[in-house]
Structures are given as C-alpha cells and as structure tokens.
Design a protein around this ligand. Structure first.
Ligand SMILES: Cc1cc2nc3c(=O)[nH]c(=O)nc-3n(C[C@H](O)[C@H](O)[C@H](O)COP(=O)(O)OP(=O)(O)OC[C@H]3O[C@@H](n4cnc5c(N)ncnc54)[C@H](O)[C@@H]3O)c2cc1C
Ligand code: FES
Length: 279
C-alpha cells in the first residue's frame, strides 16, 4: 500500500499527489515513470515521477483526469492508499554535462519536462524553458520552472497569459534571435511534439520526445506500447520513454492511442454514473 501524503489542485482536472514510496524516491532518475494500480481490479496507469523527496520517502505525480482511472485517482485524498506503485520504470534521460537545452512542455507534458530541466541544471547545463497551455487556467509548473531554468517563456494558444501563440512560435523566435542549443526536449500532446520536430528537423537540431502510448505490463512482454522509431520496433516501457523525435512514426502512435476509444468512453460513463450514485 502507498499512502497519499498530500494533494494540490494545479489546474482544472490536474492534481499533484505526493505519495509514500521510499524505494522509488531513492532510486528514480529524471525521465522515469511508475505504473500504479488503485485497487485489485484497477487498470495499470503509467505516470511520470514528477519529483521526489528521498529524505521523506515520497514521490510526486502530476495527474490529468482524462478517463476512468485518472479521474478516480484525482478523486482520492490524503490518507487514502494506492494498492501498488511499480518503478522506477523506463530509461532515465540521457543528460550530457554542461549542455544547452531548450525544454518545451505543453499541457500535462510540463510535468515530464520539469524533472528533466532539474537534471540538466544539476549537471551544470543551461536551460531555456518554454511552457505552453491552451489557456491561462491550464498552465502548470510555471513557478517551479522559473526557479530552475535560466530563462522561462510562457505561451497560451488564446493569448490569455504570456506570449500569444504556440510553443513552436516561441521556439522559432528563440532560434531566429540566435539562441543555440545542443538539443531540444519536447513533451506534450502528440501534435505538439510532432510540430516541434518539424521546426528542428531542417536545422539538424537533436530533438528528444517522451512518448505516452497505452501500456499494460511495463516490462517489454505484452507489446502494448510498441512504437516505430527509425523503422525499427521499440517498446516504450523498456526502450524509452524518450526517443529521437525525428525518427518517431507519430501517425502510427496516434492511431494506436485511439484503438480503445469506445471502451474508454464506456468505462468513463460507468464511472461517472457510479460516482453520481455515491457508489
Ligand atoms: C510513460 C508515460 C508517462 C505518463 N505520464 C503521465 C503523467 O505524468 N501525468 C498524466 O496525467 N498522464 C501521464 N501519462 C498518460 C496516462 O497514463 C493516461 O492518461 C492514463 O493511463 C489514462 O487512463 P484513464 O483510464 O484515465 O483514461 P482512458 O480511459 O485509458 O483514456 C481516456 C482518453 O485519454 C486519452 N489517453 C489515454 N491514454 C493516453 C496516453 N497514454 N496519453 C495521452 N492520452 C491518453 C485518450 O484520448 C483516451 O480516449 C503517461 C503515459 C505514459 C505511457
Ligand atoms: S507495456 Fe507491455 S511491452 Fe511495454
């Protein structure tokens, strides 16, 4: 059992949960994730380790409610227990000492980018962070990124906060102004990661993306998280989650993510009905 120690609402349907998980807190490195189960009959949910406090034996997860399991998790409260937390899983981010990195987070992807930015700074690097959201209320972790990055730019699609436009507009502006980077790390919705890759591809600027396919076992055995990268099959849970974005087959990943839409909608409708009945 893993107790929820605290809970904070960061944006509508987005919560930060600190969990009791001493072994994971001690071992995790930037870029890694856990797979949790809420209960015996619950599905397995992969979530990035957004932060860790080894002294307290706790890890932070930042969760966006998008379906039955993530809404159920965000409905839990301090003092409640999760059945299990498996991890740390996946390969840690490869971070070169003293690198100049542009860290781009879109929406909930900012929760994945934040520990990577901390890792780059810990190795003496220079971080320019670009944080994007559809609208002001959905912006997360701006304060945390400003505290760690050398420069932070915020953008909203609707212009309600920061620069009006997409994260790709901010990246193009930085490049036009003469900023140079050893690499770009982009994490967010698939169309965003794909768009960032199309900005950097002609420049030959190395671009790392963190992929979020459907996962089941998290051990490389079931094939659920299969993606094609550079024409080769990879399993995100053991070969990733980070890959060279210029090599990723985004169209295939997008199609695979839609495979269970109907079942997911039914599960969410049932969950909402049962919650309304107080079950
Ligand atoms: C390595 C990894 C790290 C992740 N880290 C985080 C994180 O830190 N915070 C967080 O909130 N989420 C994260 N996710 C995504 C999260 O695991 C899914 O949102 C969750 O499993 C959905 O479960 P559900 O039952 O709530 O929704 P479901 O009923 O399974 O899905 C509902 C809808 O959500 C969308 N969806 C489902 N799975 C994904 C997915 N993997 N990526 C994008 N959209 C999806 C689809 O549109 C789907 O129709 C991560 C995924 C992976 C693979
Ligand atoms: S989740 Fe089963 S192979 Fe990756």
């Amino acid at each position: 059992m893993h107790r929820i120690l605290s809970k904070e609402i960061l944006a509508p349907d987005v919560a930060r949960l600190w969990l009791d998980a001493p072994v994971v807190a001690r071992k995790r490195r930037p870029g890694q994730f856990v797979i949790i189960r809420l209960s015996e009959d619950g599905e397995r949910i992969p979530l990035t380790i957004a932060d860790a406090d080894p002294a307290r034996g706790a890890i932070a997860l930042i969760v966006q409610g998008v379906g039955k399991s993530t809404f159920a998790l965000n409905a839990m409260n301090p003092g409640d227990d999760l059945l299990d937390v498996a991890g740390p899983l996946g390969l840690p981010t490869k971070i070169e000492p003293n690198a100049r990195v542009c860290c781009i987070g879109g929406g909930i992807g900012t929760a994945v980018v934040y520990p990577i930015a901390c890792g780059v700074k810990a190795l003496g690097g220079h971080v320019v962070a670009v944080v994007g959201a559809r609208t002001r209320d959905l912006m997360i972790l701006e304060k945390e990124l400003r505290a760690v990055a050398d420069e932070t730019i915020v953008t909203t699609d609707d212009g309600t906060y920061g620069a009006h436009g997409l994260v790709t507009d901010a990246l193009k502006k930085l490049l036009a102004e003469g900023h140079t980077f050893d690499e770009v790390v982009a994490v967010g919705p698939l169309p965003m990661m794909r768009a960032v890759c199309e900005v950097t591809r002609p420049l030959g600027l190395r671009t790392i993306v963190s992929l979020n396919p459907i996962m089941i076992d998290g051990t490389g055995m079931c094939g659920g998280c299969r993606v094609t990268v550079g024409g080769e099959q990879k399993f995100v849970c053991v070969d990733g989650p980070e890959f060279d974005g210029h090599q990723v087959d985004f169209a295939e990943l997008s199609a695979r993510l839609k495979a269970y839409r109907e079942q997911e909608a039914i599960a969410l409708a049932r969950y909402r009905q049962m919650s309304a009945q107080g079950a």
